[in-house]
Write a protein that binds this ligand. Sequence first.
Ligand SMILES: [Fe+2]
Ligand SMILES: [Fe+2]
Length: 159
Amino acid sequence: MNWEIEFNQIIDDILLNEKFISLKYIIHHGISRLDHSLHVARITFLVCRKFHLKNTAEITRAALLHDFFTNSNEKKAFYKHPTWALENATNEFALNDMQKNIIASHMFPICKTLPNCKESFLVSTIDKVVASYELTKYKAPIEIGAILIFVINFLAIQR
Ligand SMILES: [Fe+2]
Ligand SMILES: [Fe+2]
């Protein structure tokens, strides 16, 4: 089966959930939080599929739900959002213990809950790689542009 069809079958009910879909309105790493979550889930799925992991569907679903939070307090969110995401995910979907740990520990090593299985380490690592890519591609150029405009304006004032 084509991997995209397989991937969509695993996550289709999550994408029909109104609360989850509202993540498309929240900016995260310069793109929407929904797009970031889909990036992490897609890479997770492809890695699991490559290594023929038998719980590929469960890991992929947890990867998609890892940033399921809508709170906007950014400073607090950095440390607390795995807990918020776990609460939202368990309220909306049935999750097993492995999936709960994947979500709660994905900010390892700065979160309270530690990864207790290889699946949690996998998603945590993929999230960091994807976040670094997104920050470089979508966010840093905007900040570099803003700094350049500031410097040009500053130099113009000095003349
Ligand atoms: Fe996160
Ligand atoms: Fe993330």
